[in-house]
Design a protein around this ligand. Structure first.
Ligand code: UD1
Length: 421
């Protein structure tokens, strides 16, 4: 008995309109932030993906009531019955670590399993812990768990070594519970950070500078329940944009702010793809020859590391050689062997990938090694001649809501099949 696979017959031109779901990387943090108040928080536009289900389980383990109705999630944290996020949940999703900040802020204690590495690198949490320590939290790590204790949290001035998304979020949520003004310097500026800050502000927090490198949090306010709509998923939007480009199609993507994809859309235009922007939508028209470009991943507003794997597929179809430099995660090129099996010609040199263009892709049996690489392999399947069987799609289901149904509605020949391996 194996799990599901995607069966893709390539060569279909995508056409039509698709709406992206709420951003995974925001929804998970909004859910964790709901622990900061005993009141009910109503989250709208929450994607139906397995990572959100895992976060529901984490919250329930912490004593919260969680109920879903369509795209709306209600979280009633009440009074916690436990301050522990256990390993059997954290190992399913390392982003569970973001409950650390809110638990410390609200209860002065937390015990969270240390997330392991994953297929894109070792992913340390040292910056999360150092920042908390500067706020007076006593941290011990034993038996695979982080234990945090802070009978009284204090405001601090914290300078991050790197604008880590997760560390910025954890520290921003902890700071909400610390009386006084906390400064987080070299903070991450991703749209999801801005969404989390907006949610916290609507709960009654005082936060300035979200979207800039310096976050200022006025802590100690009483937080109340609120209602908030999750920001649209820019990585999902990018995936459909590239799907249109690699199939020479024409797709309008709704439910996303194009300003959240500034540099990636510029790169598409540089390659010769037509892109139009509206307030909450973007349209992509592909076809003809594309020119290769170079791409270097960086924290926002740089080129997002989560959009890099999909770009490799498009570069493989362009004229010329493109160099992709990965600056955020240490080993995020592991999927290129799978792409090469489909006819790409990509060579890795340290943290650079040399992508030779002008390739004709051919369908093959391949495995999704992680979430975004899995999406890239699906795109390669759409562009390839013949049939692709994409295995291990549970990685894709972690972060895409029914990717195959949305693609099929755009005219792709793709289906989910039971894989009797
Ligand atoms: C988040 C996103 C992920 C995205 C990434 C970068 C979620 C759930 N995930 O991950 O999709 O690819 O941002 O945009 O939102 N680091 C340390 N020490 C730390 C923290 C991070 O060394 O304490 C390193 C990491 O190993 C990595 C880099 O910093 O090399 C960036 O990580 P970070 O920005 O923290 O990413 P995540 O929050 O884990």
């Amino acid at each position: 008995m194996g799990e599901d696979a995607f069966l893709i017959v390539g060569g279909k031109r995508l056409q039509g309109e698709v709406r992206v779901s709420g951003a995974k990387n925001s929804a998970l943090k909004l859910m964790a932030a709901s622990l900061l108040t005993p009141d009910e928080c109503v989250l709208e536009n929450v994607p139906r993906i397995t990572d959100v289900e895992v976060m529901c389980d984490v919250l329930r383990h912490l004593g919260a009531e969680v109920a879903r109705e369509g795209e709306t999630l209600r979280v009633l944290s009440g009074e916690s019955s436990s301050c522990e996020a256990p390993y059997h949940l954290v190992r399913l999703m390392r982003a569970s670590i973001v409950v650390l900040g809110p638990l410390v802020a609200r209860y002065g204690e937390a015990r969270v399993a240390i997330p392991g590495g994953c297929n894109i690198g070792s992913r340390k949490i040292d910056m999360h812990l150092r920042g908390l320590a500067e706020m007076g939290v006593e941290i011990t790590t034993e038996h695979g768990y982080v234990t945090a204790r802070a009978p009284s949290l204090r405001a601090a001035r914290i300078a991050l070594d790197f604008p880590s998304v997760g560390a910025t979020e954890n520290l921003m949520m902890a700071a909400v519970g610390a009386r006084g003004t906390t400064l987080i310097e070299n903070a991450a500026r991703e749209p999801e950070i801005q969404d989390l800050a907006a949610f916290l502000v609507s709960m009654g927090a005082e936060i300035r500078g979200a979207g800039t490198p310096v976050l200022e949090v006025e802590g100690g306010m009483e937080l109340r329940g609120t209602r908030h709509a999750t920001v649209g998923d820019r990585v999902e939007a990018w995936t459909f944009a590239v799907a249109a480009a690699v199939t020479g199609g024409e797709v309008r993507v709704r439910g996303v702010d194009p300003a959240h994809l500034g540099l990636p859309l510029e790169k598409l235009r540089e390659m010769g793809v037509q892109v139009e922007e509206e307030e909450h939508a973007l349209s992509v028209r592909g076809g003809g020859d594309y020119r290769a470009v170079d791409v270097a991943t960086l924290p926002f507003p740089g080129f997002p590391t989560d959009m890099q794997p999909q770009m490799m597929v498009l570069l493989s179809l362009a004229q010329g050689i493109g160099v992709v430099t990965e600056n955020v995660f240490e080993s995020r090129f592991m999927f290129v062997d799978e792409l090469n099996r489909m006819g790409c010609d990509i060579t890795i040199e340290g943290h650079h990938a040399i992508v030779r263009g002008g390739r004709r892709l051919s369908g093959a049996e391949v495995c999704a090694p992680d979430l975004r690489a899995g999406a890239a392999l699906a795109l390669a399947g759409l562009a390839a001649e013949g049939e692709t069987r994409l295995l291990d799609i549970h990685h894709i289901d972690r972060g895409y809501e029914r990717l195959e149904e949305k693609l099929a509605r755009l005219g792709a020949e793709i289906g989910r099949v039971g894989n009797a391996a």
